[in-house]
Design a protein. Structure first.
Length: 276
């Protein structure tokens, strides 16, 4: 059977250590009974340890060579091999709308995009595990006050409990990446409603961290403008990495109220200006 050559443009680094593959596969055991979707199976080094878990396993792979290899090497997977781009898929159709576990040795170049898609489908994905670049894993697991605490940290921790499980050496891959990897697990927490406008929450988090070295007073200007009285509050002396998820929720509510008041004032002036 012809092996698949790793493709740089797809960010492929094939894991060759079976013990590590087994350990990654076992991370899904924290969410028993649910079906599993593996992203980027490559030649199935992780897949072979997922299949014995006695639940439905589907794999999604964009590389046609890997798809051909999987069909030959794992005939029992035939009907569950999806040749597609995970980022473009409608996840509602995968398991007839029922929740599933997301796992994989994720391509480094799209791992953040994968997790943003997970967040967009959080009610379908109560558990997500897998291997990513160590730096990204540390960022996701970081807490307030850390230099690595950022957009992914806040947006994911708002909905998931994050566990940094273990570090993986670069020497267990073909070809070896230039960085170390890490395995994480994200499990839905008890939050069902944030208690604020979710879209505004994302906007506040992304806007403030895009200028993370500035205080909130300056980094929030793209949303509130330069003259908003709200920014005179002492809270706005802080930088975004100093705020917990709950504090970001509270900040979002205050920003939302300020925006509403500013709109009402603008509408009032416009109405008064056009009175006959």
């Amino acid at each position: 059977m012809r092996l698949v050559k790793p493709k740089k443009f797809l960010g492929q680094h094939f894991l060759k250590d079976l013990k590590v593959a087994q350990d990654i596969a076992d991370t899904v055991d924290a969410c028993p009974k649910l079906p599993i979707l593996e992203v980027g199976p490559g030649m199935g080094v992780l897949t072979q340890f997922l299949l014995p878990k006695e639940r439905t396993v589907k794999v999604v792979e964009v590389d046609y060579e890997s798809v051909a290899y999987l069909r030959e090497a794992y005939p029992r997977l035939e009907d569950n091999i999806i040749e597609d781009d995970f980022l473009k898929m409608n996840l509602q159709r995968l398991f007839d709308g029922q929740p599933f576990v997301l796992t994989g040795n994720y391509p480094y170049n799209i791992s953040s995009q994968i997790f943003f898609k997970m967040l967009d489908n959080k009610d379908l994905i109560p558990c997500c595990t897998g291997m990513i670049q160590k730096e990204v894993a540390e960022r996701i697991a970081a807490g307030p006050g850390s230099k690595t605490y950022g957009i992914l940290s806040v947006l994911i921790q708002a909905w998931y409990r994050v566990e940094y499980l273990f570090t993986v050496s670069e020497h267990v891959f073909n070809p070896p990446p230039k960085v170390k990897s890490a395995v994480i697990r994200m499990t839905r927490n008890d939050t069902r409603q944030l208690g604020c406008d979710e879209n505004l929450f994302k906007q506040v988090v992304k806007t403030t961290f895009n200028q993370r070295r500035k205080t909130l007073r300056n980094s929030i200007k793209p949303i509130l403008g330069k003259e908003c009285p709200l920014t005179e509050d002492i809270l706005f002396n802080k930088r975004p990495e100093q705020l917990s998820v709950q504090e970001f929720i509270e900040l979002t509510n205050r920003v939302g109220t300020a925006l509403k008041e500013m709109k009402e004032e603008t509408d009032k002036r416009a109405f008064n200006g056009f009175q006959p």
